[in-house]
Design a protein around this ligand. Sequence first.
Ligand code: TXA
Ligand code: MG
Length: 320
Amino acid sequence: MAIIGTDILSVKQLLCAGEVVGIPTETVYGLAGNAFNDDAVLKIFSVKNRPQFDPLIVHTDSIAHASTFIISFPEKAKQLAEAFWPGPLTLLLPKSDAVSDLVTSGLSTVAIRIPNHPLTLELLASLDFPLAAPSANPFGYISPTSALHVENQLGKKIPYILDGGESTVGIESTIVGFEGDDAVVYRLGGIAVEAIERIIGPVQTVSHSTSNPKAPGMLKSHYSPRKPLLINPLPEILQQYSPNQIGSLTFDHLVDSIPTENQRVLSPTADYPEAAKHLFAYMRQLDSLPIEVIYAELLPEKDLGRAINDRIRRAAVREV
Ligand code: TXA
Ligand code: MG
């Protein structure tokens, strides 16, 4: 069992001693360690059971600090940083020698983010090193959006979880990299592509998979609940399962045929940020119900609906 609390000083001491801890962010909880301490970084990979070819995001608290981890800061990256940091945006930038190859899995770029959570910003301000942190879930499972989610899955392996309440954004950061002057979205996330395009104009979005060398860790099957999640039409699923064996995950409405207690509606008012906030918690709830299968409906392909659909599609893929 980890200690769940709000004692920033204890967390600071643990991090300085090379430990890894759970930290809150507005997107999802992170499993954090000193990004400048290779042993701490190795511990992150082992606690999470994550392959070392999947690089980590470095979390810091200012653009000035971020600038010391990189050798160049493209104009468009600066514009995005100024518009969205602190916030759910991760930038892939050419790394300086300050960042070890372990953090970036040998890539020449480092992923950087300033998270927007008061406790974690306070923690970062008290440290003289940045925090490497992947989402605090076992590799391949749904990301945690509360301290309890972290405790349930990693509590036995870490000493402390800093409790910052429920994550307000609820899905991971949007990852943006650069090819020459062009910005490329490598992972859809908490900042909609439309919002990015309002700042820097049209961007390309590449769907990430194992075959995408730019984002080696973005495996197709991710965010998965243990129960099969299907996006097939409901009538088809009803041919195989009885209504009380099915749970449903929908955007703004209940569906016929399935018992109401097995249904989770992401946002009854069809609000995308609210839907994103509920997504992972509802997936977890459905996963723990006495049902056989989860029926999920895709959202309209706009705004955060795109990032939510990306998670739903990945959860629907069973094999890695
Ligand atoms: O919202 C978030 O981004 C959360 C919170 C904790 O900040 N973090 C998060 O980390 O989602 P993680 O490790 O679960 O996902 C980071 C993704 C991975 O798929 C990894 O492959 C990719 O970022 N990544 C990291 N560094 C990269 C790099 N240099 N080039 C390409 N992809 C990179
Ligand atoms: Mg993750």
